[in-house]
Design a protein around this ligand. Structure first.
Ligand code: F6R
Length: 352
């Protein structure tokens, strides 16, 4: 059941601290300050990594590429539906990771089969034990979010993010001590975001908006995309997310006093440059909602601030994303949408 929540989505948003703990269990050993993942422990550091995924899982994959590149591994994320179309070069020295919550998404399966057919090493990062992706791939790493009922992916996305953090560390043997410590604190910090969030107030304030924009750089760019996707899916309102630097290359033309801009401004994700973009939209009368860890003076330009606790720069987007999930949820709720089963959408997309 929904355990007293009005929707599965809200319940699953609140299950995220637990989802993180489950994902980390026996993988991050705090006392020994190390990370260990059985399913990939024997893999050598790959020459290159390709991540294939759709939708929200693609946003997790984009986040994963950054984690890997930071550790010196050339990594690229592909939309699974474009993987064969693009004639991506793939060979035996490539590790291809399918990021798929359900493990059944047709496009992702096609991409993984293609990778297997040329002898690449394949790894499924999935939530479902024994799913098609888990069976197709050489290895499987389970994200352990528990069953997700709401069509909109929430806790499985967070679990994918955490699994990729752990995986990037394990694959490269780079155990950042600060990161390990920050992972331990993350469930409690996420809980504090849930307890203290002002997302409902923000949602009510901008219920009549023409469109919602989401901007962020670096680690936060995938979260900007994810914030917009969630908003579209469950509210049926227009939303766009993009890397903040793209703003002046087109989208700025859409910005008015009826298009709130959500700016992700956290430590280590080029806050100063993103504040530059915030000023550009503020000058054009757009309401600004800053999702921030207090690393800058972005509050000065913001109409609302959604706070996230300070953490390791790589984990800030995990917390920032939760604020955006809540904003979308409350907008959808206040508009009376069918939150757990949005129109036209299915939980598992098994046709290409
Ligand atoms: C959005 C959403 C979808 C899925 C996509 C891939 O909330 O849930 O975009 O992320 O259909 O699904 P999986 O991860 O099962 O391959």
């Amino acid at each position: 059941g929904k355990s007293g929540y009005d929707h599965y989505m809200l319940k699953e948003i609140h299950e995220q601290p637990t989802a993180i703990r489950q994902c980390l269990h026996e993988r991050v050993v705090e006392l020994e300050r190390e990370i260990a993942v059985d399913s990939v422990a024997s893999l050598s550091v790959p020459d290159r990594v390709q991540l294939v995924a759709c939708g929200t899982s693609y946003h997790a994959a984009l986040y994963g590429t950054r984690l890997l590149r930071e550790r010196g591994v050339p990594a690229t994320a592909f939309l699974a539906s474009e993987y064969d179309v693009d004639a991506v070069p793939v060979d035996r020295e490539t590790l291809v990771i399918g990021v798929t919550q359900s493990g059944e998404t047709a496009d992702t399966m096609t991409a993984l089969r293609e990778a297997n057919s040329v002898g690449a090493t394949t790894l499924a990062v999935t939530n479902v034990v024994g799913s098609s992706a888990a069976r197709e791939c050489d290895r499987a790493m389970y994200v352990r979010a528990g069953p997700e009922i709401g069509v909109a992916a929430t806790k499985t996305f967070v679990s994918q993010q955490i699994a990729l953090v752990v995986l990037a560390s394990e694959l490269t043997g780079e155990y950042d001590v600060d990161l390990v410590g920050a992972l331990r604190d993350l469930p409690g910090q996420l809980q504090s975001v849930l307890d203290d969030s002002r997302a409902r107030t923000v949602a009510e304030e901008y219920l009549d908006a023409d469109a919602y924009f989401f901007i962020g750089r670096s680690y936060n760019a995938p979260v900007a995309l994810e914030g917009a996707l969630k908003m579209k899916e469950i509210t049926y309102k227009h939303a766009e997310g993009f890397a903040a630097g793209e703003l002046k290359h087109g989208p700025l033309a859409l910005v008015t006093d009826r298009t709130p801009v959500f700016a992700l401004v956290t430590e280590g994700a080029n806050p100063t440059k993103t504040i530059g973009n915030v000023k550009e939209v503020e000058t054009r009368g757009a309401p600004v909602v800053a999702v921030t860890d207090g690393c800058s003076d972005v509050e000065r330009y913001a109409d609302f601030v959604l706070e996230v606790p300070e953490t390791h720069p790589a984990l800030a987007p995990v917390l920032a994303n939760v604020q955006l999930q809540l904003v979308s949820y409350w907008v959808a709720n206040d508009l009376g949408r069918s939150i757990d089963k949005p129109r036209n959408l299915a939980k598992s997309v098994t046709v290409e």
